[in-house]
Design a protein around this ligand. Sequence first.
Ligand SMILES: Nc1ncnc2c1ncn2[C@@H]1O[C@H](COP(=O)(O)OP(=O)(O)OP(=O)(O)O)[C@@H](O)[C@H]1O
Ligand SMILES: N[C@@H](CCO)C(=O)O
Length: 293
Amino acid sequence: MLTVRAPATSANLGSGFDVFGVALGTPADVVRVERASETTITVTGTGSQYIPEDPAKNTVGAVVDALDAPARIRIDKGVRPSSGLGSSAASAAAAAVALNELYGRGLSRNELVPIAAEGEAIVSGEAHSDNVAPSLLGGFTIATADGVTQVDASIPLVACLPETVVSTRDARGVVPERANMDDVVDTVGSAATLTVGMAQNDPELVGRGMADEIVTPERSELIDGYDRVREAALEAGATGVTVSGAGPGMLAACHRGDRKAIASAMVDAFDEVGVESRAYQTAVGSGARLSRN
Ligand SMILES: Nc1ncnc2c1ncn2[C@@H]1O[C@H](COP(=O)(O)OP(=O)(O)OP(=O)(O)O)[C@@H](O)[C@H]1O
Ligand SMILES: N[C@@H](CCO)C(=O)O
């Protein structure tokens, strides 16, 4: 049996819609695979009651098809679905690494990115790679049509997940079809600033580079308490705050010593609007890890 732990991820980071992503130190999905003549999937863990075990509807099933690698697959969810922390992608990335090894397909982590992204097409209608890339490769990733650029980084982060649900499919429905040129210019500036911040491990530049005038204003409307929680995190020392993935999770960049205060401030602010939440004090981390047992 092969076991792979694949991390949660946060995509977009504000200014990098459908392009930027980071791997998080915690939480993670654990996927176990064994060869079988027919594929079966069982799901346990957080939010497992909302995840289909039918291979045609689970992101992992798309990976099985793409690698032609039938298996008995057990998914232990650490990443809550529809949270904005790349839950669907974590399972797909873990399965891609595990099945590639189980069947000796010999594909590199970069080559597994489009394969794992097939799973995203099942749940959101589009095979975007911005979550599967960091879950496979770790660090900060820039996923474009030409491939993925990756840098290792260790920026401290707080990811706060309200107990509400926003599906990626719905959140993609509010993305504007066109953008104003001034907003495009500002957002390109932010994206460049964030990229330098990741390369230099500078939380101030990363936080400043999260500013986005195009997608985030629309998406934040879907999250009860967004403005209040954002303000609270900034007051507690966050260098930048944005929607995590498609939401409703929120992501704050910060300095290492400020994570605890920011986590409590975000949870308290959600509480003030009657929403329970859970905060992860984490950092940009490593990609999927394989073990044999
Ligand atoms: N292995 C899986 N893990 C999690 N969700 C899955 C899986 N397979 C299918 N799904 C479905 O995908 C949906 C969750 O994916 P979605 O992209 O909406 O959220 P997310 O991955 O948590 O967030 P985001 O992509 O914004 O970070 C749910 O409807 C869930 O049932
Ligand atoms: N880039 C994707 C990430 C969430 O899956 C989105 O924001 O819709």
